[in-house]
Design a protein around this ligand. Structure first.
Ligand SMILES: NC(=O)c1ccc[n+]([C@@H]2O[C@H](COP(=O)([O-])OP(=O)(O)OC[C@H]3O[C@@H](n4cnc5c(N)ncnc54)[C@H](OP(=O)(O)O)[C@@H]3O)[C@@H](O)[C@H]2O)c1
Length: 316
């Protein structure tokens, strides 16, 4: 008999009012897939952007859509040949599939086991659910595209949010010097994560302030906001420096700048590395708020402000 689950979902694109919580059928388990009982789902700005229909012509969608791409949970059932994990194992995943349809704001998700990594043992499901998308984004931007090296200086614009919080910690793990940019209320938080210096984008010119700290400039700018903040920050980039953005795809960027745009990819090898860092106590997750599934629309409203500190999660 088909299994039912409670899930947040929307049948039309639009604002948070389109999101309802209702009963849906759990999809049939196919070859290579596992059924995960969701313990917590991380919330990311992209979940709200997708709901608004922004990606509808760029990625295949199938309505109704269950939002959410981050999950921490427990393996409940395994399909044919899905043997990487045992029933009962605690796992986490960046669950972005080629089609936008089955998300993690639900009691269950069916997903190929190739997306799953073992959850860090020493942290809660709420914390683990905050890692995959944002942690992988920072990892792929700093260690991949940015090729950050020990002793280098990195300016992280938007450093107190989901991605930036992991950015500060991963840069410090590499032995880099970090300047974090966010509003004043988040400066103590960024320093706790390891930022050596902080800049308040509301009251300081980012580029000038960074040049005061490092007159020769920074080796890498990791841009998590784009717009005016990025333009200001560019003033502090060394001539030989690199710019990595997760928002700007090149618009208004001087072609002479060594620039790369990153769009985060699922990667279990990197999720395993993030787990090791979390278990070694080197990577922390600050969950600033937990929402029950019935308040999924509220969680999406909050994440859409682009002023969340650390991570927020939805718990079914
Ligand atoms: N390309 C990709 O693969 C990818 C992956 C993940 C995220 N993203 C995008 O990257 C952005 C950041 O994601 P997130 O999850 O880290 O978001 P978030 O958790 O909302 O964090 C936003 C951060 O930006 C800061 N901020 C807001 N306005 C700013 C401004 N004008 N100048 C400088 N800093 C500002 C916030 O600090 P205050 O709260 O102090 O203002 C906060 O530190 C989002 O737009 C998201 O959609 C892209």
């Amino acid at each position: 008999m088909a299994k039912e689950m409670r899930a947040a979902n929307y049948s039309e694109f639009g604002g948070p009012e389109k999101v309802k919580v209702s009963s849906m059928e759990v999809p049939e388990l196919k070859e290579g897939e596992v059924l995960i009982r969701v313990k917590a789902a991380g919330v990311n700005p992209v979940d709200a952007v997708i709901r608004e229909g922004y990606y509808k012509d760029m990625m295949p969608h199938s309505l109704p859509v269950i939002p959410g791409w981050d999950v921490s949970g427990v393996v409940e059932e395994r399909g044919h040949a899905a043997r990487r994990f045992e029933v009962g194992d605690e796992v986490y995943a960046y669950a972005r599939r080629p089609e936008v349809k089955w998300g993690t704001f639900a009691e269950y998700i069916v997903i190929p086991d190739s997306y799953l990594a073992r959850k860090p043992k020493n942290i809660s499901h709420d914390e683990a659910a905050g890692i995959p998308l944002a942690g992988l984004t920072a990892y792929q931007s700093l260690y991949g595209a940015g090729n950050l090296q020990e002793g280098q200086r990195v300016l992280i614009i938007g450093a107190s949010g989901g991605v930036g919080s992991f950015g500060i910690q991963l840069a410090k793990i590499k032995g880099a010097e970090v300047v974090g940019v966010a509003s004043d209320k988040n400066h103590a938080y960024m320093r706790e994560l390891g930022a050596d210096h902080t800049i308040d984008y509301k009251n300081q010119h980012i580029g000038q302030a960074a040049k005061e700290i490092y007159p020769d400039g920074v080796d890498l700018i990791f841009d998590c906001t784009s717009g005016e903040s990025l333009q200001q920050g560019l003033m502090a980039l060394k001539p030989s420096g690199k710019l990595v953005s997760i928002l700007n795809q090149g618009e208004g960027i001087d072609p002479g700048i060594d620039f790369q745009w990153v769009f985060v990819e699922p990667n279990v090898r990197q999720l395993d590395h993030l787990r090791e860092l979390a278990e070694a106590g080197k990577l922390k997750v600050q969950v600033s708020q937990t929402y029950p599934l019935t308040e999924a629309a509220e969680a999406l409203k909050q994440i859409h402000t682009l002023h969340t500190t650390g991570k927020i999660v939805v718990v079914p």
